[in-house]
Design a protein around this ligand. Structure first.
Ligand SMILES: Nc1ncnc2c1ncn2[C@@H]1O[C@H](COP(=O)(O)OP(=O)(O)OP(=O)(O)O)[C@@H](O)[C@H]1O
Ligand SMILES: [Mg+2]
Length: 154
């Protein structure tokens, strides 16, 4: 059965950091409390770079480091609270509770690198961004709820 919460689909070329910045601004413009942005992609695909672009578009002025070791880094932005997760080093799906994932979704939005480490934690209406670097060409494939359609034709 088709998943009605995943009706938006597009593919975007990311030839440089400016293109990632524009995509990040589009995501930031639509981000609401309860949203999850799942950032898929191999090592070095550009997940942290896009998370940083989203946070900077939301007005974060401080550094946005990769939360590789802390697993989560939280930000208060003028618009909403955002928690940036990197689940690469997650030991078990149970750890998601200790990391406050459900509360972070109740209180704000979440950005998740390596979502494949805890796929069952992702809400069904997540925006999925699949980043790829192939033969020197970077692309983002997006799927998610229809409301993203008007925001993400960047
Ligand atoms: N659109 C882009 N154009 C050019 N370079 C980019 C682009 N996006 C990311 N990069 C570069 O690719 C490198 C890896 O990016 P990044 O750290 O965001 O990847 P990642 O997917 O988070 O990696 P990891 O799996 O280690 O978390 C960085 O040097 C970054 O500047
Ligand atoms: Mg990263």
């Amino acid at each position: 059965m088709a998943d009605i919460s995943q009706t938006f689909r597009t593919s975007i070329a990311l030839p440089g950091l400016a293109a990632t910045g524009a995509l990040g601004a589009g995501v930031a413009a639509g981000l609401r409390v309860g949203d999850c942005v799942a950032l898929w992609g191999d090592l070095g695909a550009g997940k942290t770079t896009l998370a940083r672009a989203i946070l900077q578009a939301l007005g974060v002025r401080e550094d946005v480091p990769s939360p590789t070791f802390t697993l989560v880094q939280s930000y208060e932005t003028p618009h909403l609270a955002v928690s940036h997760y990197d689940l690469y080093r997650l030991k078990s799906a149970r750890e998601m509770r200790e990391l406050g994932f459900d509360d972070a979704l109740l209180d704000g939005a979440v950005l998740v690198e390596w979502p494949e480490r805890a796929p069952e934690a992702l809400p069904p209406d997540a925006l999925h961004v699949r980043l790829a670097l192939q033969d020197g060409v970077r692309t983002a494939r997006l799927t998610g709820p229809a409301r993203w359609e008007s925001l993400l034709h960047v």
